[in-house]
Design a protein around this ligand. Structure first.
Ligand code: ADP
Length: 253
């Protein structure tokens, strides 16, 4: 087994006071351990070894440079991909109000994927920001970290609305605000490309047909006065991709 992997697994097991054997492949064991770790004072050696491993794991994935995607409408592309495979100036992470990434080992949400492949540096940086802030993150805002081991230069962390019964006006405002905050931040930072996952339409239960209309309308209007060259909607299933595809065609009729 790879020496760095063994070292990092043992290091994180130690930090988390785990003694039992983990019955997963080494790569998954490391990811699961990263997911549960609060990075209070991890050593430089851990970060160096973790970075080597993650760079190698990412290089095994097929990278998509968003600049090479076809534009379905001016400055807009859609793609079906794991967001961690995308090379862009910034990708957006749909987080929760704690903004520290997903703590459920190997959970299938976009937040878990992004934090797991970017590295624990992201949780460390967010922890500092959240401690300084002193309260949970409200919906519709954005905080920025570096992309670390990802191909994206930056990660934009936003919290979308969680649907309890059915979508209400505040939920709509909050979702709009998440998209708008990220678009404005990208311009402010002079970024050329920005990738959105389908915010709130997974665990948070926003119906995708409604959410995607908001995503598309906010973006389309914003791009009329923006220097961003490319906004990409990244979908994770063919069904979601088709919904976005049809909605984009419809909205530009
Ligand atoms: P939320 O809590 O905001 O609903 P989720 O992660 O549960 O966030 O889901 C948001 C969207 O992200 C869903 O459409 C889900 O299918 C998608 N998703 C999950 N994993 C990935 C990934 N690795 N890359 C891109 N999209 C993803």
């Amino acid at each position: 087994m790879d020496e760095d992997l063994v070292w990092c697994i043992n290091y994180l097991k130690n930090i988390n006071h785990l003694t039992e054997e983990i019955h997963l492949t080494p790569e998954l064991a490391l990811r699961a351990l990263m997911n549960i770790t609060m990075p209070l004072s991890l050593s430089d050696e851990f970060y160096e070894r973790q970075d080597k491993i993650l760079k190698r794991l990412i290089s095994r994935k097929e990278t998509i440079d968003v600049e090479n995607l076809e534009e379905i409408r001016p400055h807009i592309s859609i793609v079906k991909s794991d967001i961690v495979s995308l090379k862009a100036d910034a990708i957006v992470d749909a987080g929760n109000e704690k903004l520290l990434g997903c703590f459920l080992p190997l959970h299938g949400c976009v937040d878990n994927a992004i934090h797991s492949f970017a590295g624990l540096e992201v949780r460390r940086d967010l922890l500092k920001m959240m401690e300084r802030q002193g309260h949970d993150e409200a919906c519709g805002l954005v905080k920025v970290t570096k992309g670390y081991n990802l191909q994206a230069k930056y990660i934009f962390h936003t919290v979308g609305p969680q649907i309890i019964h059915r979508v209400n006006e505040k939920n709509e405002r909050d979702l709009k605000s998440s998209y708008l905050s990220c678009l404005k931040k990208a311009d402010e930072m002079h970024l050329k490309s920005l990738v959105f996952p389908s915010i709130s339409t997974g665990i948070y239960g926003y119906p995708i047909e409604k959410a995607c209309k908001i995503a598309i309308n906010v973006t389309k209007n914003y791009l009329l006065n923006s220097k961003i060259k490319r906004v990409v909607f990244d979908l994770f299933s063919q069904g979601d991709y088709n919904v976005y595809f049809d909605a984009i065609k419809e909205s530009y009729r």
